[in-house]
Design a binder for this molecule. Structure first.
Ligand SMILES: C[S@@+](CC[C@H](N)C(=O)[O-])C[C@H]1O[C@@H](n2cnc3c(N)ncnc32)[C@H](O)[C@@H]1O
Length: 222
């Protein structure tokens, strides 16, 4: 086995940790380019809607940290220790008292109803089981709490979707999907969409949803 070969029987979650640990030193430079051409304004949009106790799932290198409004208390989790090290450094530089620690989006290390807002940016495209991650986000939200998502998604325009699908053949090997979409997963998870915007030929979506009280009480959402 060569040093760069993945270990045998690596799970999708272990693969994500390995891939993002390796990406960490170059991530900020690479994503800054896409923020200029495709993702502009997304971080501001979701962070400005966050209130109270905020959990950021898959916080990465902490690029959202500068955009939270004053007064919110930010907790961030990520699988990758190397991405988190950069986020912790940035948080210290900005003088933000954020609690940043390792955790898996699919098994959040927090009790039920711990947060007023949950934020997830550019990560449901790579979290191995997005349905399970959304279920966990809903679990840790308080009743009427806000789920704030921003991600790239599959376009509704077929030539663009077809190009994304081609790219995905390569990127899926490292666990990144270009044609996923989160919006249809939200109502079955007990969320009501309050605002959503689809931009850039339908390849980017921003969503503000709230946890429905009926779901919080464990009732069926009918
Ligand atoms: C494209 S980066 C996005 C980082 C950050 N949210 C941002 O907007 O720049 C994807 C991040 O998702 C994290 N990730 C992937 N799967 C995860 C999981 N199951 N639990 C927690 N973090 C995960 C990776 O470690 C990586 O930091």
């Amino acid at each position: 086995m060569r040093p760069q070969d993945p270990p045998a029987n690596e799970t999708p979650t272990e693969r994500q940790r390995r891939v993002w640990d390796r990406m960490a030193p170059v991530y900020d430079r690479q994503i800054a380019f896409f923020e200029r051409i495709q993702f502009g304004g997304g971080r501001e949009w979701v962070c400005s809607r966050a209130t109270g106790d905020v959990l950021e799932v898959a916080v990465g290198t902490g690029r959202d940290l500068p955009f939270y409004p004053p007064g919110v208390r930010v907790t961030g989790i990520d699988l990758s220790p190397e991405m988190l090290l950069i986020a912790q450094r940035l948080s210290a530089e900005l003088g933000i008292d954020a609690d940043l620690r390792e955790g898996d989006a699919e098994a959040l290390p927090f009790p039920d109803a711990s947060f007023d807002s949950v934020v997830c940016v550019l990560a449901l495209c790579s979290i191995p089981d997005p349905r399970q991650a959304i279920a966990e986000m809903v679990r840790v939200l308080r009743p009427d709490g806000r789920l704030l998502l921003f991600d790239h998604i599959g376009s509704h325009w077929w030539p663009v979707w077809a190009a994304q699908r081609l790219v995905e053949v390569a990127t899926a090997r490292s666990g990144e999907y270009m044609t996923r979409r989160q919006l249809p997963l939200l109502a079955p998870a007990g969320l009501r969409v309050v605002e959503s915007e689809r931009l850039k030929l339908g390849t980017v979506e921003r969503i503000h949803a709230v946890k429905q009280a009926a779901h919080a009480a464990g009732e069926e959402d009918q």
